[in-house]
Design a protein around this ligand. Structure first.
Ligand code: FE2
Ligand code: FE2
Length: 199
């Protein structure tokens, strides 16, 4: 079955906009206009936080960390009000605002099976890798009496094997993203547990 989300293009934004970003305040303003669902908003904040933390862990400078942050923060911005236009709507919005093409492309490849765009850069691969895993680890934290306290990689792995737990989270995508990123799923889980934004 062909995905209804296929973007049918591989080029996003314009090279002439390299280095053009929005401020955190501008991004939050866009989210407050577009996203009424608090859970979805929190998911994007969590993914943005992980992206920023990962860029920082790699020693990237502040402006690069901010780009990674924005990609995570905005990746599902259109899901609440225009689910059938996900993620075309946010891509077009960022293009109209002349935002850096690297941020737009990262958003365009956060679901290669759905959008038909392959993650190539590290930022693209990590957004894909953190997206489902962040949500999964969060779901696991909600069922643990102590939340994130004392959470272990093995506990998350056990839940991944239990197909009835957070069944909407695609195990296939998690495995695929880890392979593409070249980072074992255990290491990704460890990073998410250590760096996840908590409620
Ligand atoms: Fe998405
Ligand atoms: Fe997401």
């Amino acid at each position: 079955m062909e995905s209804i989300y296929l973007l049918n293009r591989q080029e996003f934004g314009s090279e002439s906009n390299l280095g053009q970003v929005m401020t955190l305040e501008e991004a939050m303003e866009l989210l407050s206009l577009w996203v009424k669902n608090d859970k979805l908003l929190f998911h994007m904040k969590q993914v943005g936080h992980l992206m920023k933390a990962y860029a920082a862990s790699k020693g990237y400078d502040e402006s690069m960390q901010h780009m990674w942050h924005l990609a995570g923060l905005l990746h599902d911005a259109d899901w609440d009000q225009w689910p059938d236009q996900h993620c075309r709507k946010i891509i077009e919005e960022l293009e109209s605002r002349n935002i850096d093409p690297r941020i737009i492309r990262a958003i365009a490849c956060h679901g290669p099976r759905y959008f038909g765009v392959e993650p190539v850069t590290e930022m693209e691969k990590m957004l894909y890798a953190f997206d489902e895993l962040s949500g999964f680890v969060h779901a696991y934290s909600l069922m643990r009496p102590q939340g994130y306290e004392g959470m272990e990689v093995s506990g998350v792995k056990k839940r991944l094997k239990d197909k009835t737990f957070a069944a909407q989270v695609s195990r296939e995508d998690i495995a695929d993203a880890s392979e593409r990123a070249g980072i074992p799923v255990e290491d990704l889980i460890k990073f998410v547990i250590a760096n996840q934004l908590r409620a």
